[in-house]
Design a protein around this ligand. Structure first.
Ligand SMILES: Nc1ncnc2c1ncn2[C@@H]1O[C@H](COP(=O)(O)OP(=O)(O)OP(=O)(O)O)[C@@H](O)[C@H]1O
Ligand SMILES: [Mg+2]
Length: 275
């Protein structure tokens, strides 16, 4: 199982949208996926039309009152199971702080390693213990960054934390940067894209998620974008993301051609080559 944590302390930068749609697109490619809602706001749970406020969820798993297998809701979207956030998850930070337990999520998800191809973790908008647990459980971290100064600043803070955790735990935490909600017609968006490209040349993905109202419409329907508007630009964006994040040996579908490589070959400005 490959575990991908979707992380950024900046609120509203597209973490939940990216987690749901990445999970849906990996499912669409034929993989088995579990979506883990690690945010007490429960938006990933809500975004796939579920509300589990009073049921058992991750808090009970952390508190050893339930097994992780027992809180999974099967088939919330084709090919996707869900570990929901419940009201109690807000107390998990305090629970984890008692020991402290930074690798508890990695331990719990380890029980599912033979059952799924992918676990996608949607994180809360902070760098607290839940997020630290997600970072230490992840084989790869996906960092959605919206095109604003605050968005770029939060990505920088996160990468600092990643490097601290790598040192403290003597491990590697690879991360990929995903530009989100990009209106590539604006000069400002292109300027932020260029800044991110220059700062993270090895980590930035050769794709971006465009800004469109279709995403909000899909959320209202409780559907991933590939089910709500399968031929839209943003559905294509998330299919490309799934192709980039997929583990090659697990999948028959080849990854899409890297826009970065194309840009280099044609000697284009990378920020423009995203489009
Ligand atoms: N590509 C997009 N185009 C337009 N709107 C988008 C796009 N992606 C996300 N949104 C909208 O932006 C808002 C914030 O997105 P989302 O909830 O995914 O962010 P988040 O980082 O998970 O937020 P939080 O930090 O609160 O968890 C939502 O209303 C969502 O529908
Ligand atoms: Mg969210």
């Amino acid at each position: 199982m490959k575990t991908i944590a979707v992380v950024n302390s900046k609120g509203g930068c597209g973490k939940t949208t990216s987690a749901i749609n990445l999970a849906a697109c990996l499912g669409w490619r034929g993989s088995s996926v579990v979506l883990v809602d690690l945010d007490p706001q429960g938006h990933a749970t809500l975004g796939v039309s579920m509300q589990c406020w009073n049921d058992f969820g991750l808090y009970e798993v952390f508190a050893n009152r339930a097994e992780i297998n027992d809180v999974i809701i099967p088939d919330v979207v084709a090919g996707i199971d869900l570990i929901p956030a419940t009201r109690k998850l807000a107390d998990a930070e305090a629970l984890l702080a008692d020991w402290p337990r930074e690798k508890e999520l990695a331990l719990k998800l380890g029980c599912l390693s033979r059952e799924y191809d992918y676990a996608i973790i949607d994180c809360p908008p902070n760098l607290g213990l839940l997020t630290v647990n997600a970072l230490l459980a992840a084989d790869e971290v996906l960092v959605p960054v919206e095109m604003s100064l605050f968005g770029v600043d939060s990505a920088n803070r996160l990468t600092k934390l990643i490097h601290e955790l790598e040192e403290r735990h003597d491990t590697q935490i690879p991360f990929r940067i995903l530009p989100t909600m990009v209106d590539s017609r604006t000069r400002l968006a292109r300027s932020f894209l260029r800044q991110i490209w220059e700062r993270y040349p090895d980590e930035i993905l050769p794709l971006m998620v465009h800004y469109t109202v279709r995403v909000r419409e899909a959320v209202c329907k409780g559907l991933p974008i590939i089910d709500y508007a399968s031929s839209s630009q943003v559905a294509t964006d998330y299919r490309h993301l799934a192709a980039e994040m997929a583990t090659p040996e697990k999948e028959a579908v080849p990854p899409v051609t890297s826009i970065a490589v194309v840009a280099e070959e044609r000697q284009l400005d990378p920020a423009l080559a995203f489009q």
